[in-house]
Design a protein around this ligand. Structure first.
Ligand SMILES: Nc1ncnc2c1ncn2[C@@H]1O[C@H](COP(=O)(O)OP(=O)(O)OP(=O)(O)O)[C@@H](O)[C@H]1O
Ligand SMILES: [Mg+2]
Length: 311
């Protein structure tokens, strides 16, 4: 494991922002840290980044205690904070050079690395313009570039796509995927479950300072017992013809919504919902429309907490 946290806790006065969480992050994975506003995501990654000292608990990077000695993680960590940290009056290029200098790069090595990172974040033509003239998305991309300069093994990004244009958002998601392909470990915090679903292999879910679930998306959906729901509408009334539907393979439950409409809950992942629809067609029932709701992390969160992620 690259990161292991044991009973990690952070209090601000009497308030417990992170409450005795256990966490383990495998090398080379893109790991999502998902939770609503105030869940404790930023506080958790601030402790991993050694910006905050935990109130109690233990925290290791590659087996070394980083509460005692932050030096074990510092050279290997690229941290992209939730709040932007750039010099507005300098260009993107000058910012990269400046921060590269702070990491100890200089001369041709610095220039080479700035050029490489510029290609990764992809804002070539505008790189010589002042940061104050950039869109939020471009600033965010420079901030990511800064975190990549020293070729860290672990990148932590704190909600990097909040409030930016779709083009930058897609670019950032693609960048994260390609970092993962290069074997770099990424911790990606977000309260957008669609992003976490699209790029993360492992997911940790926080709420009110506690870690409430973790696993692959499939495992989380299975643990929470969430099913695919197929809503079907028929040409005429269906209530006297439910028995054959209840006997279909994979149909867990059939609930009538109105005379001519019902919901079938389907178990199993993959394509089992397609088999159910096919079987209904084969019954020669007068199906006029249907709509499929696949299980997702939003529903996992709802099931675990009784609330939506974005309440
Ligand atoms: N420096 C601080 N002093 C006091 N309370 C704090 C401090 N930092 C965070 N908190 C509180 O701790 C809780 C967790 O905050 P944190 O920023 O870790 O949440 P988050 O999951 O990152 O939320 P968001 O999605 O809004 O960024 C919140 O209730 C917040 O108000
Ligand atoms: Mg936060």
């Amino acid at each position: 494991m690259m990161i292991v946290a044991e009973k990690l806790t952070k209090k601000f006065g009497d308030f417990t922002a992170v409450d005795a969480i256990d966490l383990s992050i495998e090398k080379g994975k893109i790991v999502g840290l998902l939770g609503p506003n105030g869940a404790g995501k930023s506080t958790t990654i601030s402790m991993i980044s050694t910006l905050y000292k935990p109130t109690s608990g233990r925290l290791f990077f590659e087996g070394n205690d980083i509460i005692k000695s932050p030096k074990w993680i510092k050279p290997h960590l690229g941290y992209v904070p939730q709040e932007l940290a750039l010099y507005d009056s300098l260009s993107g290029y000058e910012n990269l050079k400046y921060f590269g200098g702070l990491y100890g790069l200089s001369g041709t090595a610095l220039k080479k690395r700035v050029d490489e990172v510029s290609r990764v974040i992809g804002i070539d033509e505008r790189l010589k313009d002042r940061v104050s003239e950039y869109s939020g998305g471009m600033k965010r991309r420079i901030n990511i570039g800064v975190a990549l300069l020293h070729e860290p093994k672990l990148i932590i990004m704190d909600e990097p796509t909040v409030g930016i244009d779709p083009q930058s958002r897609n670019h950032i998601l693609e960048t994260v995927k390609s970092l993962g392909e290069q074997g770099i470990t990424v911790i990606y915090t977000s309260h957008y479950m669609e992003e976490v679903e699209a790029i993360c292999q492992d997911v940790w879910i926080m709420d009110h300072g506690k870690m409430i679930a973790n696993g692959t998306q499939e495992a989380l959906i299975e643990q929470a017992g969430i099913h695919t729901a197929i809503r079907m509408k028929f040409d005429s009334q269906i209530k006297d013809r439910l028995d054959p539907l209840r006997k279909l393979n994979h149909a867990m439950a059939v609930d009538l919504i109105s005379d001519d409409e019902l919901v079938v809950l389907v178990n199993g992942g993959g394509n089992t919902h397609k088999e159910v629809i096919k079987s209904v067609m084969e019954l020669n029932y007068d199906l006029t429309s249907f709509d499929i709701t696949r299980p997702n992390l939003e529903q996992v969160f709802l099931k675990l907490t009784g609330r939506g992620l974005r309440d």
